[in-house]
Design a protein around this ligand. Structure first.
Ligand SMILES: Cc1cc2nc3c(=O)[nH]c(=O)nc-3n(C[C@H](O)[C@H](O)[C@H](O)COP(=O)(O)O)c2cc1C
Length: 185
C-alpha cells in the first residue's frame, strides 16, 4: 500500500488540490505594484509574489500573470513601484485585485507621482521604485527583476503591521514577544 501522505501521480485532481492547499498555507505580505503608460495613465494590481532579491544590487522580483492588464504596460515601461500595504488597507487591496474595480484604483489622493512619474501610495509602509533589468517567462507568468532606484518609507516602518494573506484571506500579524529586544541586542 502506498504512503497516504504522498500523492500518486495518477491522481491529477488530488495533486492540484494539494498544490492549492500548500500554496495557500504560506503567510505572505501584500503589495500593490504600479506602473505608468506612455500616455501617463496609471496601472496596477495586488501581488503577493513580490520578494526582495538581493542587497547587491538592491533588487526585487515579482511574478505577473500574462493575463493581467498591467503585464503589457510593465513590459513597455520597464519600471514599477512596489507599495507594501498595511493591515488597515483591505479596501485598497479590494480595488487592486478585482478587474471590475480597475477604473477606481487610483482615485485616492494618497496616490502621488514619484520617480519617473510612477504612482506611489503615501500611506503604504514602504514604496520601492524599480527599473526592470530582466524578465523571465515561466508558464503563465513573467518574472520581473527590478533594480531598486528610490525608496519612500512612512513612519509605520518602525512598527510595521503589513497586510498578511493566508488561505485566501487577510490575517492579523503580531511581532512575537521579545523579538525586538533580541534583534536589538
Ligand atoms: C492577495 C492577492 C495576491 C495576488 N498576487 C498576485 C501575484 O503575485 N501575481 C499576479 O499575477 N496576480 C496576483 N493576484 C491577482 C491580481 O491582483 C488580480 O488578478 C488583478 O485583478 C489583476 O489586475 P487586472 O484586473 O487589471 O488584470 C493577487 C490577488 C490577490 C487577492
Amino acid at each position: 500500500m502506498g504512503d497516504p501522505l504522498c500523492i500518486e501521480t495518477t491522481e491529477p485532481a488530488l495533486f492540484a488540490e494539494r498544490l492549492r492547499q500548500s500554496m495557500r498555507a504560506s503567510a505572505i505580505s501584500v503589495s500593490l505594484i504600479t506602473t505608468r503608460d506612455q500616455d501617463g495613465s496609471f496601472h496596477g494590481m495586488a501581488v503577493t509574489s513580490a520578494n526582495s532579491l538581493s542587497f547587491e544590487p538592491p533588487s526585487m522580483m515579482v511574478a505577473i500573470n500574462r493575463n493581467a492588464s498591467s503585464h503589457a504596460v510593465l513590459l513597455r515601461s520597464r519600471a514599477f513601484c512596489l507599495n507594501q500595504i498595511h493591515s488597515g488597507q483591505m479596501e485598497m487591496l479590494d480595488l487592486f485585485c478585482r478587474s471590475e474595480m480597475r477604473d477606481a484604483r487610483f482615485v485616492s489622493p494618497d496616490w502621488q507621482p514619484g520617480l519617473h512619474g510612477l504612482p506611489w501610495l503615501r500611506t503604504a509602509i514602504a514604496s520601492l521604485f524599480c527599473h526592470v533589468e530582466e524578465t523571465h517567462d515561466y508558464g503563465s507568468h513573467t518574472v520581473f527583476f527590478g533594480r531598486i532606484e528610490d525608496i519612500r518609507i512612512s513612519p509605520r516602518i518602525d512598527n510595521p503591521d503589513p497586510l498578511i494573506w493566508i488561505n485566501g484571506a487577510p490575517a492579523q500579524f503580531e511581532v512575537a514577544q521579545g523579538t525586538r529586544q533580541r534583534a536589538a541586542s
